[in-house]
Ligand binder design. Structure first.
Ligand code: GRF
Length: 197
């Protein structure tokens, strides 16, 4: 079995990255984590990746000023240098331009902490509570130029209880994320995800 070479892009703690690395240790998992890239040099997830002996790279967006194209060319150069075939965004907090997204169309996943198409964007847990939603959850989807859109690969719901706070709800959703993302990457690596165009 040839395992797909995967890069994970992070900006912070990297708990979804850790879940993907753990899943990819199974001998029959169809993907290997070949690279972790952070746009922030201080991302806690970098040390966690290094502890797992995964190659890491920092492409610091602040070094490129307003030149997003140059930042994305640097990202793309890292992906190419490591012969990456699939990309997982996991708490990566930079918007990507259509140039990079089109380059990876059908080969780039994102995880979003809500039941898309509900609650696109930031602060999903706070907004779900404020809206009085009874269910919430997580979604893994293919990345397209429109933010938090694109074919849904997997999603899973969690209940919202009367006593929930942003923190308790975030923790419940995160536990779901950690098993949902490895399942979704497995489907993509097996060629079982159809892109809409
Ligand atoms: C997760 O909630 C993910 O859904 C969102 O950002 C958070 C990243 O957390 N996109 P972590 O860095 O994977 O711990």
């Amino acid at each position: 079995m040839s395992r797909k070479r995967v890069a994970i892009l992070i900006s912070g703690r990297g708990s979804n990255m850790v879940a993907l690395i753990a899943a990819a240790k199974a001998p029959d998992y169809p993907a290997e984590i070949a690279l972790v890239i952070s746009n922030r040099p201080d991302a806690a997830g970098l040390a966690r990746a290094q502890a797992e002996k995964i190659p890491t790279a920092v492409v610091d967006h602040t070094r490129y000023g307003k030149d997003r194209a140059a930042f994305e060319r640097a990202l793309e150069a890292e992906l190419e240098a490591h012969r990456i075939e699939l990309v997982c965004l996991a708490g990566f907090m930079r918007l990507l331009s259509p140039w990079l997204v089109e380059r990876w169309r059908g080969r780039m996943l994102n995880i979003h902490p809500a039941l898309l198409p509900a609650f696109k964007g930031l602060d999903t847990h706070r907004r779900a509570l404020a809206a009085g939603a009874k269910t919430h959850g997580a979604t893994v989807h293919l990345v397209v130029p429109d933010v938090d859109s694109g074919t849904i690969v997997l999603q899973e719901a969690v209940p919202i209880g009367a006593g929930d706070t942003e923190e308790t709800l975030a923790a419940r959703v995160l536990a779901v994320e950690h098993h949902l993302y490895p399942q979704a990457l497995k489907l993509l690596a097996q060629g079982r995800v159809l892109s809409e165009s």
